[in-house]
Design a binder for this molecule. Structure first.
Ligand code: ASP
Length: 357
């Protein structure tokens, strides 16, 4: 006969075993999220809490995840350090590395969703680049922060937590790459850094945010029409070589020397950040003619933060031999042109890309 004490011990062990199996089963059921860290202010460390100055990309991803212990209740998180740069130093090589790793993660079913921590300066460019080369329906969400981890009211932990809630939300699937920032959710194609220092740094001037993340809840109001065709224009491999596309800014009485310099450098494409409806002065007009004659694809964009550049409006693009960016900012038009030029130099086909993506 077993004593009551032994029976109680057996029962307790059984119960504890049941609890741990239940806990493991539960944590297995949580969505798997891989955080790909690239640096930026979110991983920045300053000299003191009250000073804004800091060095970007100092804090490793494990420490960042450690700032939001509550996240363990909503996802199984692992982190990978892909780069440690301030995003002003973002490169096409890092974009390539990110794209290849993301496509591998989804192809091998290593995660249900990906969050990317990234500096804010070029976050919109990375988001749009990835949007154009990641064919998966699974969520990819970028975030960052405006204040370094050492600052009073650092915004990084909250932004990271929100980005994870966005990534694991079932309604995020099939929306393409998103930016989650300061409780707003933004489409990669539309998002733009709007403030140099404020914590509500991002906006989408043409469309507004697609949704919001608040208190662990995610609500969507809009879906980008450009996501309806999920076929991506370009497949990236380790051998993909990107043509050189530069941006030239237009301003009152601008001389065209920069365009001529780029013709001399034999670049593949030039995006003009024109005034208003993608306009430029007579000096630029003549230089653009020279660039087109040299076989360079010239795309008219605008330095205005919203609205589209209309084909054959004040400028006859057919006569001039130019294409237009539609409503892409110059920095995003440059990315689409760069990717398009990996496939074709045909102006008609390149123009189509701008109306489709
Ligand atoms: N310069 C920083 C970066 O883009 C700014 C930030 O992350 O907010 O990495």
């Amino acid at each position: 006969m077993k004593s009551i004490e032994t029976k109680f011990r057996y029962a307790l062990t059984g119960f504890l075993l049941f609890l741990s199996v239940f806990a493991i089963a539960q944590s297995k059921e949580l969505p798997r999220v891989i955080i790909l860290a690239t640096g930026g202010t979110i991983a920045g460390a300053g000299v003191s809490a009250e000073r804004a100055g800091y060095t970007a990309g100092k804090i490793p991803i494990e420490d960042l995840i450690g700032t939001i212990p509550a996240v363990k209740k909503i996802a199984n998180i692992t982190g990978e350090q892909v780069a440690s740069v301030g995003s002003q130093d973002m490169t096409i090589e890092i974009w390539k590395k990110l794209a290849i790793r993301i496509n591998e993660i989804f192809a091998k079913n290593e995660a249900d969703a990906i969050v990317i921590t990234h500096g804010t300066d070029t976050q919109e460019e990375t988001a749009y680049f990835l949007d154009l080369v990641v064919p998966s329906e699974r969520p990819v969400v970028l975030t960052g922060s405006m204040r370094p981890s050492t600052a009073i009211s650092a915004d990084g932990p909250k932004n990271l937590y929100d980005a994870i809630t966005v990534a694991v939300n079932p309604n995020t699937k099939g929306r393409g790459v998103l930016v989650s920032f300061n409780e707003g959710i933004y489409d990669a194609r539309e998002v733009m850094k709007m403030s140099t220092t404020k914590t509500n740094a991002f906006g989408s001037p043409n469309t507004g945010p697609v949704g919001q993340a608040y208190d662990g809840r995610v609500e969507y109001y809009l879906r980008s029409e450009r996501e309806i065709n999920p076929k991506k224009p370009v497949v990236i491999t380790a051998d993909t070589k990107f043509p050189r596309v530069d941006i030239v800014y237009m301003y009152a009485d601008a001389p065209a020397d920069q365009i001529d310099m780029l013709i001399g450098k034999k670049v593949d494409g030039i995006v003009i950040a024109g005034v208003g409806n993608g306009n430029f002065n007579k000096a630029y007009m003549e230089a653009v003619k020279r660039a087109v004659k040299a076989g360079i694809i010239v795309c008219r964009a605008s330095r205005a933060p919203s609205g589209r550049v209309v084909l054959h409006d004040e400028i006859n693009d057919d006569e001039l031999g130019t294409i237009v960016s539609d409503d892409l900012t110059p920095q995003k038009a440059r990315i689409l042109l760069m990717l398009g030029l990996t496939k074709t130099k045909d102006k008609k086909q390149l123009q189509e890309l701008f109306f489709k993506y």
